[in-house]
Design a protein around this ligand. Structure first.
Ligand code: FPP
Length: 283
């Protein structure tokens, strides 16, 4: 016989276990995307330099990743730095972030392996410093055998650049396969040329520090995602906050552009949406 206690995954702390008991394990999001924001403000409130906020942000990454893996979320994607961050912030801050990322990757691989997590990246990796690219490749390779959660780090990422790259890649593929006149573009084809081609679209996007923006993050993939904004600044975010976000997600009614009456959704909200066109998909 299953008891309430049995359904709590191993490794959660007492508060996390309590929060998990209020969730429906059958309706966990398959993919959670997080816009990590507020490191600078966290540091400023403590009269510390901005980089101290980024350093503290690593503990939040660690806790969030471990909790997500423990409750068997299949995919977690973290917006670590945008193309804009990379190009518009002082060189010293960018250099610090690159060093932090390198150290994180080196230190974290054993924990990722212990938790059966496979590491992936999205973004224009080739524009990052060579030594950082090498470290990224090393960490990807070292976790490639894991079959649990896929942790994707968005690095030098911009959703608009991703779409530009997808369109270029579609045209190039067509040119090599009988010519551009044979190119038939539809939603599936666009999705197959995105960096996220091997991931399901996120069901839930979390943004910390209270900002109500998507900031050029996964614009195509977040079309139907539930948005959860928390005032918590990223360095204070922990696995428990993730569970709170999931609880909020489970309270929402997802309609995918359909209605909530079964008959008008053809008995299944998902099926109705999958065949509907973008123009009638607004809810
Ligand atoms: C946003 O805060 C955060 C970033 C631009 C960097 C995120 C980096 C980390 C959390 C640490 C390193 C990441 C990994 C994966 C090891 P902000 O600086 O924009 O904060 P503000 O809006 O308060 O200024």
């Amino acid at each position: 016989m299953t008891t309430l206690h049995d359904k709590v995954p191993q490794g959660l702390d007492r508060k996390e276990a309590e929060a998990y008991r209020h969730l429906d394990p059958a309706r966990l999001p398959k993919h959670i995307a997080i816009i990590m924001d507020g490191n600078g403000r966290w540091a400023k409130r403590r009269h510390m330099p901005r980089v101290a906020g980024h350093r503290a942000g690593v503990s939040a990454v660690r806790s969030t990743v471990e909790t997500a893996a423990r409750i068997h979320i299949p995919a977690l994607t973290l917006y670590a730095f945008s193309e804009e961050n990379w190009k518009k912030r002082p060189k010293s801050e960018v250099g610090f972030l690159m060093g932090l990322l390198s150290r994180y990757l080196k230190a974290e691989v054993p924990t990722l392996n212990k938790n059966n997590i496979r590491l992936e990246y999205i973004g224009r990796q080739h524009e990052l410093p060579g030594d950082v690219q090498e470290r990224m490749e090393w960490a990807r390779e070292a976790t490639s055998h894991n079959a649990g959660m896929v942790l994707t780090l968005a690095l030098n990422y911009s959703a608009r650049s991703e779409l530009v790259d997808a369109f270029r890649s579609m045209v190039q593929a067509a040119a090599q396969n009988g010519g551009i006149e044979h190119l038939h573009v539809d939603e599936d084809m666009v999705a197959r040329h995105l960096y996220t081609r091997n991931l399901p679209d996120p069901d839930l996007v979390v943004r910390t520090s209270g900002e109500m923006r998507l900031s050029n993050f996964l614009l195509w993939q977040l079309a139907y995602a539930e948005i959860y904004v928390t005032p918590t600044l990223w360095p204070d975010f922990r696995g428990l906050h993730l569970l709170e976000g999931i609880a909020e997600y489970q309270k929402r009614e997802r309609r995918y552009g359909g209605l909530n009456h079964p008959e008008s959704n053809h008995g299944d909200g998902h099926a109705a949406v999958e065949t509907s066109s973008a123009s009638d998909a607004k809810s």
